[in-house]
Design a protein around this ligand. Sequence first.
Ligand code: SF4
Length: 401
Amino acid sequence: MAYRKPGTIGESLARSGVSRRDFLEFCARLMVAAPAGLAIASHFGPEAVAKELAKARRPSVIWLHFQDCTGCTETLLRTSKPDIGTLLFDLISLDYHETVMAASGKQAEAALRDAMTENAGKYVCVVEGSIPTKDHGVYMKLAGRPALEVLQDVAGRAAAVIAIGSCASWGGVPSSGPNPTGAVGVDALLKDKAIVNIPGCPPNPYTFLGVVLQYATNGTLPALDAEKRPLFAFDRYIHDHCPRRAHFDAGRFTREFGDAGHRQGWCLYQMGCKGPITHAGCSTRHFNEIPDVWPIGIGAPCVGCTERTVAFKVPIFEKSEVPTPMPSALYPEIRPETGSVSPVATGIAGTVVGAVLGAAYVAAKRFSKVAGDEAVPGVPLPPSAPAAGKDKGSGSGGKGV
Ligand code: SF4
């Protein structure tokens, strides 16, 4: 992976023959993944997003691997429509990435040096995996240097740092007790840098691309929450939009894996599901673009991997508190407030009801086939209307319409 000067995204797409259809499809998916809060996705349609993106320069990205399982890279490469594994190389200039680069040894070290020199102060540093800090970071070395030192060096000269996955965000699996290597996340070590945490085990690839592409198009990062997570992707609980929510509300719970409730897709709360305390968009943004490919979708309780204090800290099957037993405040009220009705509201309601009854009366009069019939089914006759069916002095009740 020799260093190449990053041109615009549009030039790169044209050079590698990515079809307009594929690119528009990607832009549409980006808009779905980030319905609010991501500047690049806030245009009126995929065409407008595509136009804006095509003009942007491909951001130089240097991707570091520390204590990780490479699952975050895998999730990025495994998206399928369009194949982001391919598209990725046109959207960003991935100048150093140990898993996908062909270079190794001295060549890889040179690629890292070149990318850092050419784009000093402008590149995005992506970190995957936690950083061992115990015993001066001796438990992990790259090219003879402790991971700790590599991070300080590469991230120190970056414009922004993205910690991708739960391990890079706050330690993840390697930091779970007894944490023999003293593993921590990026924000525990870099205090003066702009850091975006994209936790998840694995994280959603569209969240990552959304953040990088916003930076590429206007040089800004999206709004973050208190945990430095992009609000556009972490602003709601999984429980708020879970497809099993109706079962939760109705008290239908899976009690055992494989029981009748589990087979019928009932709520997994009793199995330790952490959806009620986990901020993430997994319930609406599934993985690999395949419907229901996410933990709860395949019958496994959420483990809360996007929460600093939940995953790898709270036992998987331990039940969580439910802070929001009612539907999200974003939904319309299901039990409207009751109270006194103002005289003005009563007057308006009376006028509307009167108009409806009057219209029904006129309609009945116009369309009835019975001579002199004034009756409207279910509506009492107005006081001034003649009784229905009183033709030729029969004296019988009306037949109605
Ligand atoms: S407890 Fe879990 S499975 Fe049940 S509705 Fe909430 S998020 Fe879905």
